[in-house]
Design a protein around this ligand. Structure first.
Ligand code: ADP
Ligand code: ZN
Ligand code: ZN
Length: 752
């Protein structure tokens, strides 16, 4: 008997592929009675048919590909003689659980991305290559080891350390053994004594359910936290928007919610924006919970990713903490999702499958009938709008948990100011005073490198990237010019390449330069720079932040990496060097981002005993939106922006999608979008409230030798927009021009 399988393949094509599967059931099940039971069982196994979600190896053109079965049927709508059989069935059970497959299918449809590629994005590499999960060999206590009193090993300190660890964690992997600097001799010693054994990590090694879930006493919640916690209902869908001021105890609230879900023996997914930016969140969860917490983010090795993914799928991991990609993890029994800093743009994938991890998670919580908690001090306008229209339930934490006051925000006028290191005399004065009081200062500059431009004072030449429409940034350690768009770097010329004059000058300030100047001005105070260049390695960020833990004067110079999540109790002054960047850009989201960034950066100040101050350096101290933000706070600022968005038919009131094209030839790139615009116009003819904008050149027209254009479409109706888009992508695939320029579609774009 033949079964017909629809298979999602890792190819950028929207078609469905059908293959045949010959069930060998009849032949292999006819057996003689005298055949061994074992063989019979084996034959039955073999006779099993593929399931939805199984991996299969199939012929595709002249290659073999591994795909995922998305449907199984006894009938086929095509000429069955043309259907090829699969080559091999890899899984007799669903490899991708049906719930995750549904999420993929929804995502593919919503973002108009080929399903095969979406599924690809979900599966760790080794499984995509057809490999199986190999249980890790780990060390666990033997029964004797488990019962051994701690003091019994007091003569063998190193063995005692491992014993202690195993009492707390149940097992330790060889990698963990290394990364914690435990001695391999000590583990051998424990094995020789019959206290420790090496076993495969399986569900039975799983943390015992009766063990105490908590490692530390949770804090007593504040009234506001308590009220919020009481609102959450479990085992049913609800989206909660926690609008909690910086330092109001959102993380503490999350941990209380997590504890309840764990008690119900369910798993939790915690999403954080970028791992380098939130190592403290992971640390706090590990310090609180006595369960298997796994991480999924770009710092996790491919092998560990495959293991953590498997542990989530099999239920062995109780908590998964990770970035955007963790939102696509399979779970056995997911009980709640938490999205921290929900406004953060890093939740939106910018290339390939352009999904929003936050929005996918809301869909997922809805289908799983579980609560999802979005938290932020500065919620996105989308989420605020959803809360206003009763789709999300808003929970407010307005006070700082430890009793600290919110910082005072002031402007400092840059017009006619004398600048040192990009700082006004007023800023410098306050900086000095803060240091004299043995407190800490953060100078926030959203530019890494030494200077954003190198210019010739004689002829006006400037260092441009040869591949992009961009000035190159001067870096000093090591000294070179670098393009921040394509990452190309060159040597720094000694004289002007155009007029040979020696009068090359830098213009503007980056973190490196401000660090250098401040270090020279305040030689007795540590100056710590935190940006992408200074924190390349995994732990360097945490190490650098250690200075901040002791009560001593110090200056942090940092980019937006420092804006988020960090708790620096002795920081009392924040100086935002270039506030105006956020007031000038043509992108309609810029003001929203500026408000979020300023509020988040300000939130670093005054989290301890001493009140904080924030100085915004600006040429536009009387800008009305800046005034609202300073005097009335983010909530009022956001409300005002929502009114503006409403009046201009912009998201979240209208729904938007962007088509982008790029090609080495500008005319191909533009012509493709012109043709797409025509298709969209035709398809939206007679549809109310739909508008097409463009095509026009992208904000940076040339990047990496490719010319980029953008076309936007927006509509008051999500359904109408989606209908036009689904029709359009089919037609675009057929355009001859679409072979000459690369194009992509971005639903709910966050960057233009
Ligand atoms: P957020 O995530 O909103 O920035 P955190 O959860 O990091 O806030 O809390 C800020 C500070 O307040 C932390 O030092 C935290 O330990 C402390 N804190 C949080 N909740 C409480 C509480 N209920 N009682 C005392 N301190 C608290
Ligand atoms: Zn010159
Ligand atoms: Zn470049």
């Amino acid at each position: 008997m033949s079964l017909f399988l629809e298979v999602a393949l890792p190819v950028p094509l929207r078609d469905h592929y059908t293959y045949a599967f010959e069930a060998k059931a009849s032949e292999s099940l006819i057996m003689h009675d005298d055949q061994q039971e074992e063989l019979k069982q084996e034959a039955k196994q073999r006779a099993k048919s593929p399931q939805i979600g199984s991996r299969v190896v199939v012929p595709f053109r002249s290659r073999e590909l591994i795909g995922i079965v998305t449907s199984v049927s006894e009938h086929c709508q095509y000429d069955t003689s043309k259907i090829k059989p699969i080559i091999r069935l890899l899984d007799q059970e669903a490899f991708i659980p049906s719930e995750l497959l549904l999420l993929c299918q929804w995502g593919a449809k919503y973002y108009h991305h080929p399903l095969g590629e979406v599924i690809q994005a979900v599966i760790p590499l080794r499984y995509r290559e057809g490999k199986e999960y190999e249980a890790d060999e780990v060390y666990t206590h033997t029964p004797e080891g488990k019962g051994l009193p701690f003091e019994a090993l007091k003569r063998a300190k190193k063995q005692q350390e491992i014993h202690q660890y195993l009492l707390e964690h149940t097992y330790i992997s060889p990698q963990e053994l290394k990364s914690r600097d435990f001695s391999s001799n000590a583990i051998k010693g424990l094995i020789d004594k019959g206290l420790v054994q090496q076993t495969a990590l399986t569900t039975s090694t799983e943390i015992e359910a009766n063990k105490d879930l908590l490692k530390e006493e949770p804090r007593t919640l504040t009234d506001e936290q308590n009220i919020a916690l009481q609102q959450i209902r479990y085992h049913t869908y609800n989206c909660y928007l926690v609008e909690g001021a910086t330092g109001s105890g959102k993380t503490e609230l999350y941990m209380h919610i997590v504890a309840r879900v764990l008690q119900a023996k369910q798993q939790v997914l915690v999403l954080i924006p970028e791992i380098g930016l939130s190592p403290q969140t992971v640390k706090r969860f590990r310090a609180r919970f006595n369960v298997n917490i796994v991480e999924l983010h770009s710092n996790v090795s491919e092998a560990a990713r495959a293991r953590n993914w498997w542990q989530a799928k099999s239920g062995q991991a109780q908590i998964v903490i990770g970035t955007r990609l963790a939102s696509l993890t399979p779970f056995k029994n997911l009980g709640a999702i938490i999205v921290d800093e929900e406004h953060d743009r890093s939740y939106k994938q910018q290339d390939g499958f352009k999904y929003s991890a936050r929005d996918l998670s809301v869909f997922r919580a809805h289908t799983l009938k579980i609560p999802i908690i979005l938290g932020s001090a500065t919620p996105s306008l989308e989420s605020l709008h959803n809360a206003e229209s009763q789709r999300y339930q808003k929970l407010v934490l307005s006070l700082r948990a430890g009793g600290a006051k919110m910082p005072e925000i002031k402007t400092t006028d840059l017009r006619q100011a004398n600048l040192v290191a990009g700082l006004s005399q007023n800023s410098l004065h306050q900086l000095k005073q803060t240091l004299e009081n043995h407190q800490q200062v953060l100078v926030f500059v959203n530019r890494r490198g030494y200077a954003p431009a190198l210019l010739c004072h004689n002829c006006g030449w400037s260092a441009q990237c040869s591949s992009c429409d961009m000035r190159m940034t001067l870096h000093n350690s090591p000294r070179h010019l670098r393009c921040h768009y394509c990452d190309r770097s060159t040597r720094v010329p000694i004289s002007c390449p155009s007029c040979k004059s020696k009068s090359l000058q830098t213009s503007g300030y980056g973190t490196e330069q401000i660090e250098q100047i401040l270090a020279a001005q305040f030689p007795n105070v540590p100056v710590v720079r935190i940006d992408r260049d200074s924190t390349r390695t995994k732990q360097s960020m945490e190490k650098k932040l250690l200075v901040g833990e002791s009560a001593q004067a110090c200056i942090f110079v940092g980019t937006q990496m420092l804006a988020k999540g960090h708790h620096l109790p002795h920081l009392t002054l924040v100086i935002v060097a270039d506030t105006d960047q956020g007031l000038l850009s043509p992108d309609f989201r810029t003001l929203e981002h500026m408000g979020q960034l300023i509020t988040q950066v300000s939130g670093r100040a005054g989290r301890g005993e001493n009140a904080g101050t924030v100085l915004l350096q600006t040429h536009r101290p009387d800008h009305p939106m800046l005034q609202i933000l300073i005097e009335q706070g983010y909530a009022v600022f956001a409300r005002e922006l929502l009114t503006q968005r409403y009046q201009s038919n912009l998201p979240p009131f209208w729904h938007m999608a962007a088509f982008r094209s790029e090609s080495k030839r500008a005319d191909n790139s533009l012509r493709l979008l012109e043709q797409i615009a025509q298709i969209l116009q035709r398809l939206s003819h007679g549809v109310d409230n739909i508008a097409i904008l463009g095509p026009h050149a992208a904000a940076v027209e040339k990047i990496n030798e490719r010319y980029r254009f953008v076309l936007q479409i927006k509509s008051a109706s999500r359904n109408n927009l989606q209908r036009v888009l689904s029709e359009a992508v089919k037609e675009i695939d057929q355009l001859a021009m679409s072979k000459r320029a690369r194009w992509s579609i971005d639903v709910n774009p966050v960057e233009m």
